[in-house]
Design a protein around this ligand. Structure first.
Ligand SMILES: C[S@@+](CC[C@H](N)C(=O)[O-])C[C@H]1O[C@@H](n2cnc3c(N)ncnc32)[C@H](O)[C@@H]1O
Length: 295
C-alpha cells in the first residue's frame, strides 16, 4: 500500500551536499543545544551522575566549585563575590556557588536547562542567583564580576570569531583583579575512545538523541590541522522530514597556543593546571585548566 508519509527514497542531493567537508567554522551558529528534542536528552545527560557526556561527575563539580571559590576569595577577601558562569547548563555550578554565598549569574542558550536551573536554585537568602536565557557571546550584562567561568570545554567549540568576541568582552565583564577561569582540551581528548571511529553510522529505529522518530545517523570527523581544529559532523536522515547536519567544532589547544590566544586579546595567564580542581600541570592530562586576567 502506498503510504504518503513514508520516505520514497533518499534525498541524494541533500546527502551529497551535507557529506562534503564544510569550510572551517561555516554553520557554526546552528547549535544543537537549542533543539527542543535534543535539549531534553542533554538535560538528562547533565543530570545523570554516571554520565560525563554533558557535565562532569558530582564529586568533580564539588571539587571545582571549592577550588574556584577559594581562588576568588583569596583575591577578594573582603568583598561579596560576584561570579558569572557562561554556559551554565542546568545550574550544577551556579547553584553550588550560590549555596556558598556568592552572588551568581548564569547564562545559557538552552531553555530546558535554564528552566531546570531556576527551579533548583537555592532559596534566598543563601542563594543570590539568577539564570538568564541567552547567547553568552553577546548577552548584555550591566554589571562587572570578580570571576567569570566557562566550564567543560565550551571554549573549544566556539568559532574563532565568537571566541575572540568573548575574550574582548572580558575586559568589560571583570572588575580590576578579576579572573577568567575555564578549561580547554588537548588534541589527545579527540581519541576514538572518546568519540568513536573517524566515520561511523547507526540506524536508530525507535528514535533517540537526534530525533524522536526513526532515523539514520552518519557521523564523520574532518580535520583542519592548519587551524588546530577537528569537526565532528552528524548528518541525520529521519524516516520523514528534512535531512539535517549538526557540527561540533573542536578547537584543541596546548600551553603555548592558549597563552598566545589570550595574549592577543590583552589577557595574561596566571595559572595552568591539569583540570579545574587545581591539579598541578603535568602535561599528560587531556584537559588544561586556565586562570587568566586582563593584562
Ligand atoms: C558541555 S555543556 C556544559 C554545561 C556546564 N558548564 C556544566 O559543565 O555542567 C555546554 C553548555 O553551554 C551551553 N551553550 C553552548 N553554546 C552557548 C552559547 N553560545 N551561549 C550560551 N550557552 C551556550 C549549552 O546549552 C550547554 O548547557
Amino acid at each position: 500500500m502506498w503510504k504518503p508519509w513514508r520516505r520514497r527514497g533518499l534525498d541524494i542531493e541533500a546527502l551529497s551536499r551535507l557529506t562534503q567537508k564544510p569550510e572551517l567554522f561555516s554553520e557554526s551558529r546552528k547549535l544543537f543545544w537549542t533543539d527542543p528534542h535534543v535539549s531534553a536528552y542533554t538535560l538528562e545527560a547533565h543530570l545523570d551522575p554516571e554520565s560525563d557526556a554533558a557535565s562532569r561527575p558530582p564529586e568533580t563539580i564539588d571539587a571545582s566549585v571549592e577550588w574556584i571559590a577559594q581562588l576568588a576569595e583569596a583575591r577578594f577577601p573582603r568583598e561579596p563575590i560576584h561570579l558569572l558562569d557562561l554556559g551554565c547548563g542546568p545550574g550544577l555550578y551556579t547553584n553550588r556557588f550560590a549555596e556558598r554565598g556568592f552572588h551568581v549569574t548564569g547564562v545559557d542558550i538552552a531553555e530546558t536547562s535554564i528552566r531546570y536551573a531556576r527551579n533548583s536554585a537555592p532559596d534566598a537568602p543563601a542563594g543570590n542567583v539568577r539564570h538568564l536565557l541567552g547567547n553568552y557571546v553577546d548577552q548584555a550584562l550591566e554589571q562587572r564580576f570578580h570571576a567569570v567561568t566557562l566550564i567543560y570545554g565550551d571554549f573549544c567549540v566556539l568559532s574563532n570569531g565568537d571566541r575572540n568576541r568573548l575574550l574582548d568582552r572580558l575586559h568589560r565583564l571583570l572588575v580590576p583583579g578579576g579572573v577568567f577561569v575555564f578549561d580547554v582540551f588537548r588534541k589527545s581528548y579527540l581519541s576514538e575512545e572518546q568519540w568513536g571511529p573517524a566515520q561511523d553510522w547507526a540506524v536508530v529505529p525507535d528514535g533517540g538523541f537526534w530525533a524522536s522518530e526513526p532515523y539514520l545517523v552518519l557521523e564523520r570527523s574532518y580535520e583542519y590541522p592548519e587551524a588546530d581544529v577537528s569537526l565532528r559532523r552528524f548528518v541525520i536522515v529521519p524516516e520523514r522530514g528534512e535531512t539535517k547536519a549538526y557540527n561540533i567544532w573542536r578547537h584543541y589547544y596546548d600551553e603555548r597556543t592558549i597563552r598566545r590566544v589570550l595574549e592577543e586579546h590583552g589577557l595574561r595567564v596566571t595559572g595552568l593546571y591539569d583540570d579545574l580542581t587545581g591539579a598541578p600541570l603535568s602535561g599528560t592530562s587531556e584537559w588544561i585548566g586556565v586562570v587568566a586576567e586582563p593584562a
